[in-house]
Design a binder for this molecule. Sequence first.
Ligand code: CDT
Length: 344
Amino acid sequence: SRLVTVAACQLGPVHLADSRRDVLKRMLSLLEQAAQQGAKLAVFPELAFTTFFPRYLFEGIDLDQYFDVEDPSKGGIEQSPNVKPLFDRASALGIDVYVGYAERSIQKDGTHIDYNSSVYYSADANKIVGKYRKVHLPGTVEPRTEPGAVQQLEKRYFRPGDLGFPAFRAPGLVEGALKKSTDLDNVTQSTGKGDPIIGMLICNDRRWAEAWRVYGLQGMEILCCGYNTTAFPTTAAGHQLDLTPEAAEEMVMLHHKLSCQGNSYMNACFSINVAKTGAEDGNPLVGGTIIVHPLGHIIKEAQTKEDELVLATIDLADCHRPKSTVFAFEKHRRPEHYHPILDR
Ligand code: CDT
């Protein structure tokens, strides 16, 4: 067996007026509790440090407070004063961290490109070992103009990710794992005995089978995904469906769980899916933080819409049977028939 205790660090609402310092304090408290309870990995939500700001049209105001700057000449997010204490504490506690943030990437010519990003910080390596930029950005560039329409302006504030879906290994996450030097370097030929293979997605990405599959083909064993999901479904024009709040939330929760459970099963991996939840300045976000088993069932689920730790000890050996039977991709896939997926 390859046991590891993991913690989904759900966050309750973050309001516009909440300071980054206060949110960081809440995150540090969850991190401490996770480490005290034996967790070796703490997963935080999408855009964890701030409110879900793409719901607002900001014009003519400085958005700097929502972003963390990555400047190749000065260093990455690990140097940001708003984030560094989280990684410093993670190092001291010996716990890895996945966290979502708004990335302002400074270009050679001094301009910047913004992404909705996540990083994976390894306590063992004392550095970031994985980076992801959200590929599937929902919503619109221009604000919806119809009265009563809900805004989702991710396409305005971010560019689609340009890194693809790069799986990576988390050194030291599982005790006794063979180091890369003695294991196969190629993650697609994982022996299942090396350091765990991790994939990262962000919110809407979890609904896309292609995203999971690209990771699945790299031997992914744990998928980390943070999200901010509105607690009601909308029409294409951004209007709420004509449902009671309870029925609306039930539908959103159904599709969230189907996506996480179905794709975990179909890629024979664990997934740790972590919400920012509750009503942010009156805008309801769904909860439903879940840790999912490779056979598709929910191992552990959040009970509240507040800051909450959802902890589980998982055995990565449980990925082995599905990866070597039904989902032995190298034996059973028929890529010669899959071209239409790429062609349109
Ligand atoms: N943050 C994010 O990606 N939210 C989306 C909402 C989509 S609304 C059409 C989600 O898929 O949860």
